[in-house]
Design a binder for this molecule. Structure first.
Ligand SMILES: Cc1ncc(COP(=O)(O)O)c(CN[C@@H]2CONC2=O)c1O
Length: 409
């Protein structure tokens, strides 16, 4: 695939011009949140400048325009992830976390009971791990974890052992935000479906970075966030197979999500509005559709190739040092991130030093504490890449690590 034009792309991101006392920003924290290009910024300001109105087809021009843009944003997102059911299979939430909780409470509470099992993986983000763990306590279901092997891959033999006819839900991260592992979600979906279990795929780190087709995966539910894919914060997506969303009762009640309300009872609006109670994430949803256009214009195959090449380059550079321990799979078999530790320096101190060089990385447990416990480390430093990062920026990060060694060794 023809590489993307990173210099041209960088000109779309005003934040990349930031300097700190003359030191240019090197933004390598994209797994936490991505930066926002001009077309997406313009989409947000254009909405508030020209057609800000509450949706659900108010009988005035502004509301009509806002309603149509908001509804069509659902269609655009459906197309971006291959959801042939269109807007009826796309619920806009606040973020991936809320998408997860929506399924846990709107499906889980009604369908899980003692004896049922929810199968997760040891590399799950807290958004799914804590959600299913707490829901299991409420319903008497049991949570089990597919093991991660020493290289950071899912142990598929263990998966085949854990997923049985007692499994009601498999909830698995597509790309680990800590390890960079790309999980075989289609195989896991087959395994789940062979045992009449549903599967929920956490796509927060995959949708921004690679072409995702939820129907090819055959995910029953799929979640991701706008802010990780050049979109604004405040909009997440829950994809659900139409028949499942149809069967599910809402778990947030109020205006907009109803059809008829009497003092005695209420009926619900059509999909997806049934799951969008109150005034929804209007400007954010419309801007997310713009982000889909922006990424598609670059081409998701180029986006994927660029991120994985940078991750491989970072892996190679970091491997030059014998005091660096890198988490997860080999450099040529991972998504666009590298988490690592320096033998003698705590991740927080590494992050501090890198920051003094203008380099933004994330230090901590990346909302995967159980995984860090399993690895026997309190934290790690994570560099994560996107379409506007360069090999030169990786070099800046690697050179800055020399400082960390001197200061803290
Ligand atoms: C795999 C994964 N799942 C779920 C989430 C939750 O997304 P929201 O915060 O949008 O609900 C994240 C966010 N990644 C975290 C956020 O900061 N750093 C990270 O790695 C994630 O990486």
């Amino acid at each position: 695939t023809e590489p993307l034009d990173v210099e041209r792309i960088r000109r779309d991101f005003p934040v990349l011009e930031r300097e700190f006392d003359g030191t240019p920003l090197v933004y390598l924290d994209n797994a936490a949140t991505s930066q926002t290009p001009e077309p997406v910024i313009d989409s947000i300001t254009d909405y508030y400048r020209r057609y800000n109105a509450n949706v659900h087809r108010g009988l005035h021009q502004l509301s009509q325009e806002a309603s149509i843009a908001y509804e069509e944003a659902h269609d655009r997102v459906a197309e971006f992830i291959g959801a042939s059911g269109g807007r009826e299979e796309i619920v806009f939430t606040k973020n991936t976390t809320e998408s997860m909780n929506t399924v846990a409470y709107a499906w889980g509470l009604a369908n899980l009971e003692p004896g049922d099992e929810v199968v997760l993986t040891e590399m799950e983000h807290h958004a799914s791990l804590v959600t299913w763990q707490q829901l299991a306590k409420k319903t008497g279901a049991e949570v089990k974890y597919i093991q991660v092997d020493d290289e950071g891959y899912l142990d598929m033999d263990h998966a085949r052992e854990l997923i049985t006819d007692d499994t009601a839900m498999v909830s698995v991260v597509h790309v680990s935000n800590t390890l960079g592992t790309i999980n075989p979600v289609s195989d896991l979906a087959d395994l789940a479906h062979d045992h009449d279990s549903l599967i929920f795929v956490d796509g927060a780190q995959s949708v921004p970075h690679m072409s995702v087709d939820v129907e090819a995966i055959d995910a029953d539910f799929f979640a991701f966030s706008g802010h990780k894919m050049c979109g604004p914060t405040g909009v997440g997506v829950l994809y659900g197979k139409r028949h499942l969303l149809e069967e599910m009762q809402p778990y947030l009640y109020g205006g907009m999500m109803i059809s008829k309300v009497t003092f005695e009872d209420s009926t619900w609006h059509d999909l997806p509005w049934k799951f969008e109670a109150g005034t929804p994430v209007i400007s954010q949803g419309i801007a997310l559709a713009e982000a889909c256009d922006y990424l598609d214009e670059i081409g998701m195959d180029r986006v994927e190739q660029h991120g994985e090449r940078l991750a491989e380059y970072a892996y190679e550079r970091l491997s030059e040092f014998d005091d660096v321990d890198i988490l997860g799979p080999p450099g040529d078999d991972r998504a666009a991130l590298v988490s690592f530790n320096l033998d003698t320096v705590h991740a927080h101190d590494v992050s501090e030093i890198l920051n003094s060089h203008g380099v933004a990385v994330r230090a901590g447990d990346h909302c995967t504490q159980p995984l860090h416990d399993k690895l026997g480390i309190p934290a790690s430093t994570r560099a994560s890449f996107y379409i506007y990062n360069t090999q030169e920026e990786v070099d800046v990060m690697v050179e800055a690590l020399a400082d960390a060694r001197e200061l803290f060794a």
